[in-house]
Write a protein that binds this ligand. Structure first.
Ligand code: HEC
Length: 288
């Protein structure tokens, strides 16, 4: 081994900083209520998405959340990809799927008239990404008291707790902050939003409420949408379905991966059986 003083020093520095945790982001004193205990079909390692639930979830996103939250990385055709909300084996090419074509055509996109050069609107196609509610971040913040509604394409993957976090946030109880908590203008109390409320709390300093403030008014009420499959649209149902849809959007290949996993396990099982049978056959005439 060569002894290079610089390398040794660098290694020592990295080692020390890892040990002292300085490479790890500092943990602020935030608190958060334990996420709500809710279950989905895709929870287990072999559990798949529920297609009807994904359709309902898309509807909630489209009719409610998309007024503020973009999903810039999802195109209409993705909705008809294998395992997606509108996947139909009759249309292996998702661009041919009539449901998704119709959904895309309802959206309007900026375009240029090829004759006059004037800006015009054109209907969306399956290749278009979901339209953004705001033209840019400044406009998004201006419409939301300075807060930016995060893009939802990967939200479920980006947040600790995933679908459970999203569900808890939107069913959290922003309407009734605990007495003694001063809620700033344009903000709502949400026990599931990580935060530190100590400086807004007038009560017992040992009983500071958990959670934080969120600049989003509670987006759901009962019957906010009407589900096409007749499912009752309670707040809990809407939240559960939209969280499932966002989970799918952030990991659309999960079903295929799980399916492959199951097939590999079955193959290994059969292969082991065959191996054992051939072992028995080969050594049949040999005394042990
Ligand atoms: C009126 C606009 C508006 C609507 C409608 C809306 N949101 Fe929000 N949402 C916001 C804003 C603004 C924030 C950022 C809040 C903050 O930073 O304090 C936010 C934040 C969130 C967060 C927390 C994100 C994070 O960074 O951890 C979640 C989860 C969320 N929204 C889910 C939803 C869901 C699900 C819907 C539809 C059912 C929805 N929102 C509808 C404005 C909206």
């Amino acid at each position: 081994m060569t002894h290079h003083p610089f390398l040794a020093a660098a290694a020592l520095a990295v080692g020390l900083s890892l040990a002292s945790g300085s490479l790890v982001p500092a943990q602020a004193d935030t608190t958060q209520a334990p996420l709500k205990d809710v279950h989905w079909s895709f929870d287990s390692p072999v559990g798949m998405y529920d297609q009807e639930q994904l359709q309902r979830g898309y509807k909630v996103y489209h009719e409610v959340c998309s007024a503020c939250h973009s999903m810039n990385m999802v195109a209409f055709r993705n909705l008809a990809d294998k395992g997606g909300p509108f996947w139909n084996p009759a249309y292996p090419n998702s661009n041919d799927n009539p449901v998704v074509k119709a959904l895309a055509a309802q959206a309007q996109y900026d375009s240029i008239d090829t004759e006059t050069g004037q800006p015009v609107k054109r209907p969306g196609t399956t290749a278009d990404y979901f339209p953004s509610p705001f033209p840019n971040e400044v406009a998004a913040r201006a419409a939301n008291n300075g807060a930016l509604p995060p893009d939802m394409s990967l939200l479920a993957a980006a947040r600790e707790g995933g679908a459970r976090y999203i569900y808890s946030i939107v069913t959290g109880d922003g309407t009734t902050p605990p007495a003694g908590l001063t809620v700033p203008d344009g903000k709502y109390y949400d026990p599931y939003m990580p935060g530190d409320l100590s400086s807004f709390w007038k009560g017992d300093p040992n009983k500071v409420p958990v959670g934080g403030f969120i600049a989003m008014p509670p987006p759901l009420v009962d019957d906010r949408v009407t589900f096409d499959d007749g499912t009752k649209a309670t707040v809990a149902q809407e939240a559960k379905d939209v969280a499932a849809f966002l989970e799918w959007a952030s990991d659309p290949k999960a079903d295929e991966r799980k399916q492959l996993g199951i097939e590999v396990m079955l193959f290994l099982l059969v292969f082991t059986g065959l191996l054992y049978a051939s072992y028995r056959t080969l050594w049949r005439k040999v005394g042990h």
